[in-house]
Design a binder for this molecule. Structure first.
Ligand code: ZN
Length: 337
């Protein structure tokens, strides 16, 4: 992901005032955010079947989540097209097939600007309740960056970089959710989508991001018989210690209903990792989905201290964020008609 401008928002009476506070880039320290109070109670009643039904949030197994994260990182770096990525694909496919969930691979060829040759990339799609036409996407990138370019010493950039939170946490979270979501009584189907080629960056100034999500979104846009995707939630760096998720700026502006809905449930369940604030705008895979008309938000902790550093390792991760996110998601999914 790439950080963009910082956007602050204040609720002023009935209106919302937006202002640009600061300009940042991916090299800058994480920007500050500004407060966004929870929505007034009268906004909490939703049309179209989103009544405040009492449904039970799921409780994930945090220890098991961590074992998945450790298993993925034990494969080493998982760059697009690398042996580590191939091993990861095998691990993921075996995991979901064991749970009885169909796994589909979407393979395509991608040429990075700074590279001489194109390589094969693969998105992985795991379907829960595949017969349901109305569906939601839960997604993450699963490739890791070739260079740990937030290390101050450039000689360290090419040391083996396992990128636990950035890439690993989304995979481990979906692996854990695979145990729980099939047991819920849902009116919608769920597709887990793991995007390749989000981090295939060798030269930050000219290389392109988001190969996998772009290909997935374009393929969906062109398809005649396609799932009716009503929403997508992207997970990126969700497993830091004491994580904090302010609303991501583009999600807040471009998918306001979905974003408000998720934060409203988080408030209702007292899931404090969801901060009532609007944070940075982050260029990330969700923008490719928004581009083709799928409401999409990014749940991301952009204050993670180990971002793009060799220290982004399982020991600097925790199940706290995933545990709370799973509660919120499960309530959202169960209320969806
Ligand atoms: Zn990254």
């Amino acid at each position: 992901m790439v950080r963009g401008l910082l956007v602050g928002a204040l609720l002023l009476g009935a209106g919302i005032a937006m202002f640009v506070v600061n300009s940042t880039d991916s090299q800058s320290p994480p920007p500050r955010t500004s407060p966004l109070p929870p929505p007034p109670l009268e906004e909490q009643a939703e049309p179209g079947g989103f009544a405040a039904d009492r449904v039970t949030p799921i409780e994930i197994d945090g220890k098991r989540f961590m074992t998945y994260l450790e298993a993925v990182c034990a494969l080493g770096p998982r760059m697009s097209g690398s042996p580590g990525m191939k091993k990861q694909q095998d691990l993921i496919a075996a995991h979901f097939e064991k749970l009885g969930l169909p796994v589909r691979k979407q393979t395509f060829s991608a040429k990075q600007t700074s590279r001489a040759d194109a390589i094969d990339m693969t998105n992985m799609i795991v379907s829960i309740f595949p017969e349901k036409k109305k569906r939601v996407i839960l997604c993450s990138h699963y490739d890791t960056r070739p260079i740990a370019d937030q290390e101050t010493d450039p000689r360290k950039w090419r040391e083996p970089f396992v990128s636990a939170n950035d890439g690993g946490s989304g995979v481990a979270f979906l692996m854990e959710l695979g145990h729980h979501l099939p047991k819920l009584n849902l009116d919608v189907g769920v597709d887990f989508v793991l995007f390749d080629g989000e981090e295939f960056i060798f030269e930050t100034e000219r290389d392109k991001y988001f190969f996998g999500s772009k290909y997935f979104a374009e393929t969906w846009r062109k398809a005649t018989d396609r799932p009716a995707y009503t929403a997508a939630i992207l997970f990126d760096m969700i497993a830091g210690k004491s994580p904090r998720f302010p609303a991501e700026g583009y999600s807040y502006m471009q998918a306001p209903e979905l974003n408000a809905h998720i934060w409203r449930i988080a408030n209702e369940l007292r899931c404090k990792v969801f901060a009532n604030q609007v944070g940075s705008r982050v260029l990330d895979d969700h923008l490719q989905l928004l581009e083709v008309g799928i409401p999409a938000i990014d749940i991301i902790d952009f204050d993670y201290r180990h971002w793009h550093k060799l220290s982004d390792r399982p020991e600097n991760c925790s199940p706290e964020g995933p545990t709370q996110i799973a509660k919120v998601l499960s309530v959202w999914l169960q209320r969806m008609k």
